[in-house]
Design a protein around this ligand. Structure first.
Ligand code: NAG
Ligand code: NAG
Ligand code: NAG
Length: 495
């Protein structure tokens, strides 16, 4: 595992910025994930929390699963991740996440990992194409962190950021400057073949540089620090094409399969191809999702940041829009905001419609280290915080039902508080299905003659059984069980 060396590097390089957020520790695992501060004020939908924190924390930069009470369920390797969630692939539940290098401007180069319900990596999706990076270094894979969406055709939609030379005089720059193109790819998951690709810079007629809301700025426009013109951050499959989100145009665009832009829905009142109600305005958005698309209309959900590090338009909200495609008009169906805890999220974020039946929505607040669940009446029913705002972020945050029995074994660690007592610590990283432990004693390490000496109900990530009258020199083994049914057995350890 890579956690130890990377953890050490983070510790030394970031200790100057150490925050005092509390962390969870365990005797059975080297993990140090953030402690969740949880508040529940209503009925929630079932599911586990999926986050990928990163920032100035000393450890816990990993794909993390927690239960609703804040217990850790799973920690993956220590690495920068994004989009950690459950998706459907070939009719089974899988977990997917991006991992890789993140650039200063908030995009990245990495790989999408797809794991089955035993946490075996069944697919690794990489992108190879002519992509130029700020350091000029080639990468093993050029998938950007912003999107890892599995389609109904079992393909993967991803974004990519390519540095391209461009004349920036139309926006007050110089003729020989550099900008970031916004690209998206549809990739065949099984073969890594590119099924479709698209580049924004090929469509200057419909997406002119002058319409970017992102100013050029002092030090930008050079190869190492290109102008972030578009900032693509979501892609979704539509019947005859794709919906993309360009944060720096405050817009969603319907891109036809043949590459043409069919329409632009802008959050800036009076711009784009639709007439909006004032309440349907948005800015600097993330995570555009489309539902119920017909010839007449569709529903568009999105995370309306309404803020950047330097600009404040309003409070951050979740927005569900009714889009009338016949009359080209847009009105707000739902505006989600916790009136007791108004958020201004300057970057990142997500909007997840948890189910069509319950109409619950789960939002990750990006640069604000929080996730919230809202009920069908738009009331906040659950909030969890996992770090210090604007110091620790999770690009997106999800809540998903998940059932997993890991391919690795449970772990047992014995500590002896006194000569005739033994504390047996037990955990099984990622396991969701067991509810109790049996501690077995064995006369010798390879004996099959084991007997149950204690049972203990599961308590979160790690459970401890306090045993007395245990002489040293014996052996034990622990079994994770659901009721009486054994699901996994640890190695034998001495007591
Ligand atoms: C793409 O298809 C749309 C819809 O049929 C059409 O309006 C547009 O002209 C086509 N664009 C190209 C480049 O063929
Ligand atoms: C889509 O339409 C169905 C049926 O009318 C409705 O129940 C559902 O709420 C709609 N979904 C969204 C996201 O509006
Ligand atoms: C569009 O406007 C027309 C005329 O006002 C109206 O009859 C029609 O119902 C509207 N379409 C939708 C989808 O609301």
């Amino acid at each position: 595992m890579r956690w130890s060396t990377i953890g050490a590097t983070l510790f030394f390089s970031l200790s100057a910025f150490a925050n005092d957020w509390p962390y969870l520790t365990a005797a059975t695992a080297p993990f140090r994930p953030p402690r969740l501060e949880v508040s529940k004020s209503g009925t929630t939908d079932p599911g586990y929390l999926f986050i990928g924190p990163r920032g100035n924390e000393q450890s816990g930069t990993a794909a993390l699963i927690y239960d609703e009470d804040g217990n850790l369920v799973y920690q993956g390797p220590e690495e920068v991740t994004a989009n950690f969630k459950v998706q459907r692939l070939f009719n089974q539940d899988v977990i997917t996440f991006w991992a890789g290098d993140m650039m200063k401007l908030g995009y990245g180069y990495g790989t999408v990992h797809i794991l089955d319900n035993t946490y075996r990596e069944i697919y690794t999706v990489r992108l190879q194409d002519d992509i130029v990076t700020p350091d000029g270094q080639p990468r093993e894979s050029y998938i950007d962190l912003h999107e890892s969406h599995i389609t109904e055709q079992n393909t993967l939609l991803v974004t990519a950021y390519n540095i391209t030379p461009h004349d920036l005089t139309p926006i007050g720059g110089k003729p020989d400057m550099f900008m970031l193109d916004a690209m998206f790819y549809e990739i065949d998951i099984a073969t890594n073949e590119i099924v479709h690709s698209w580049s924004a810079v090929d469509h200057l007629d419909k997406i002119p540089l002058e319409q970017s809301k992102q100013g050029l700025g002092e030090d930008f426009g050079v190869k190492e620090n290109p102008w972030d013109t578009y900032h693509i951050n979501a892609v979704e499959r539509m019947d005859e094409g794709y919906m993309i989100s360009l944060r720096h145009y405050w817009s969603g665009y319907y891109v036809h399969n043949n590459g043409s832009i069919m329409w632009q829905l802008s959050g800036a009142l009076g711009e784009g191809d639709f007439k909006q109600d004032e309440s349907a305005g948005f800015s600097w958005q993330h995570d555009i999702r489309i539902y119920n698309h017909t010839e007449q209309g569709l529903v568009m959900d999105l995370f309306n940041n309404a803020n950047t590090p330097t600009e404040q338009q309003g409070a951050t909200t979740g927005l569900s829009l009714a889009v009338d495609l016949e009359n080209r008009s847009v009105k707000a169906l739902r505006i989600l905001s916790d009136s007791d805890d108004v958020v201004h999220s300057v970057s990142q974020g997500s909007y997840q419609l948890m189910s069509q039946e319950s109409q619950h929505v789960f939002m990750g607040y990006g640069s604000i280290s929080k996730v919230k669940e809202f009920d069908a009446d738009n009331n906040e029913v659950f909030t969890a915080q996992f770090g210090v705002d604007n110091q620790v972020a999770s690009y997106r945050g999800y809540k998903c039902p998940w059932k997993a029995t890991p391919f690795w074994k449970p772990v047992a660690v014995v500590q002896r508080p006194s000569s005739d007592a033994a504390d047996v610590f037990m955990s099984w990283n990622g396991a969701t299905e067991y509810d109790n432990w049996a501690v077995m004693s064995l006369p010798s390490p390879d004996s099959t003659d084991s007997k149950v000496i204690a049972t203990q109900q599961r308590t979160g990530f790690e459970t401890v059984a306090h045993l007395t009258g245990v002489k040293s020199g014996g052996y034990i083994q622990v079994v994770a069980r659901r009721g009486d049914v054994p699901l996994g057995t640890s190695d034998v350890v001495g007591v």
